[in-house]
Design a protein around this ligand. Structure first.
Ligand SMILES: Cc1cc2nc3c(=O)[nH]c(=O)nc-3n(C[C@H](O)[C@H](O)[C@H](O)COP(=O)(O)OP(=O)(O)OC[C@H]3O[C@@H](n4cnc5c(N)ncnc54)[C@H](O)[C@@H]3O)c2cc1C
Length: 401
């Protein structure tokens, strides 16, 4: 049983692990000179492996069109956050749950985990073929795969293939989304890759930037249409970054004229804020800054967006709902992840492409998205696990037939 895995991110490495444990002869093909480059980037600010959260809530974080109801419940049930922590412990990597529920390796870094993981895969017989850029697939059993290896073409066959080619963000790590063309040519429905968990552009005035650039807006609630999220916003030269706006990505992308509304004082009503001003009619901003405990950055943004600068009600209303027009998302190359990818309708329960028997798909290249918080890596592990188990079953069934 020869299983070819293409793509050496967490989804592909996990699929290789399951396939090798299942007794297959596994080769993992990777375009870059080494595997796990985006995984290493993810570890730079602390590798958030998963999240400790009740299962019912956890599975609602996975968004995207046309995922059959219950699909994520079933995928996460197959490899859940506890299983991921136990898996890391098996590599000698202890994890901890932060106060936010986010789960990290004790050392925070990705490199020690990746090193041990790759070594264990080698010990289990997984062959690594790096500098192999996948270019084409000829359907049939066995499946024929064409690679570019340092400019020369190289052809191999495999009894089953697992594609784990990632999304389209941070192309320098190897995940450049160029696989979409190959699958589209094979008649597979793929939705356009779009930036997710990304910054958005705002045309800040020089006055706002002079005061607020580099500052974080904290303890706020942000809204895009009907969707609300709590989380920080970081003011940058080009616009906004941060957990608050990342969570609103799907809602913002769906708006014809994307706009973000900030509630700077979510624990007070507008009436309570007015009352705190104590009937003052002069120096309203000064008094509001002190009595509402508004930071410089928030105050400056309010000043720039407020049509009515004189009334307490106008100021309180703006503090509760300050709307900023967004010019668009930052480029996909800068995003943490991407939305879009292989349509769920193309996949069976085992993540096999219905049109290409023996070819399975895992990881971020499927049409789903999730906020930051560890859901992305957990989703990659869960889909890698499912695809590899299904590939083993597929081959077992064929051998018996
Ligand atoms: C800055 C940053 C921080 C992040 N932090 C976190 C975090 O803390 N927690 C979290 O859950 N997620 C985080 N993520 C997201 C997470 O890293 C990704 O969701 C995850 O790596 C996707 O895994 P994957 O296996 O699907 O694909 P990838 O990790 O993207 O791997 C795909 C692999 O396929 C290879 N490939 C692509 N095309 C070809 C081809 N034609 N031929 C051969 N090989 C090819 C690529 O070189 C790559 O190695 C972060 C991402 C970024 C950019």
């Amino acid at each position: 049983m020869r299983i070819a895995i293409i793509g050496g991110g967490p989804a592909g490495l996990r699929a290789a692990e399951i396939a090798a444990e299942g007794g297959a002869s596994v080769t993992l093909y990777e375009a870059k000179p080494s595997v796990g480059r985006k995984f290493l980037v993810a570890g730079r600010g602390g590798l958030n492996l998963t999240k400790s959260e009740p299962r019912e809530q956890f599975v609602t974080r996975y968004l995207g069109p046309a995922a059959e109801p219950g699909r994520w419940s079933s995928l996460i049930a197959e490899f859940d956050p506890e299983a991921l922590r136990a898996w890391a412990a098996g590599l000698g990597i202890e994890t901890f749950i932060a106060s936010t529920g986010r789960v990290y390796p004790r050392e925070l870094k990705a490199a020690p985990l990746l090193r041990r993981w790759v070594q264990r895969l080698r010990d289990r017989g997984v062959q690594f073929a790096v500098n192999h850029r996948w270019q084409k697939l000829r359907p049939g059993l066995p499946v024929t795969l064409h690679f570019d290896v340092h400019g020369a073409s190289h052809t191999v066959t495999a009894d089953a293939v697992i594609l784990a080619l990632g999304g389209g963000s941070w192309p320098q790590t190897g995940s450049d989304g160029s696989w979409t063309e190959i699958l589209l040519e094979l008649g597979i429905k793929v939705s356009r890759l779009e930036p997710a968990n990304c910054g958005w552009e705002v045309a800040w005035s020089p006055e706002v930037l002079a005061v607020a650039e580099g500052q974080a807006l904290k303890n706020i609630v942000v809204r895009a249409g009907e969707v609300a999220a709590a989380g920080e916003l970081l003011i940058t030269r080009y616009g906004l970054e941060g957990g608050g706006i990342y969570q609103l990505g799907p809602a913002l992308r769906a708006m014809r004229e994307p706009a973000l509304t900030i509630d700077f004082k979510p624990t007070f009503t507008a009436e309570q804020l007015v009352a705190k001003l104590g009937g003052a009619t002069k120096n309203l901003f000064q008094i509001a800054r002190e009595r509402w405990r508004l930071g410089e950055a928030a105050l400056t943004i309010l000043l720039q967006t407020l049509p009515d600068r004189t009334s307490a009600e106008g100021l309180a209303g703006a503090a509760k709902g300050c709307t900023l027009r967004l010019s668009g998302p930052r480029p996909i190359a800068e995003a943490i992840s991407s939305a879009g990818g292989v349509s769920w309708s193309e996949l069976d329960e085992g993540l096999m492409l219905r049109r290409l028997p023996g070819v399975f798909v895992a990881g971020e290249m499927i049409d789903w998205e999730a906020p930051t918080g560890g859901y992305l890596i957990q989703g990659c592990f869960a889909t890698g696990t499912r695809a590899a188990r299904a590939a083993l079953r597929f081959l077992g069934n064929r051998e018996q037939a």
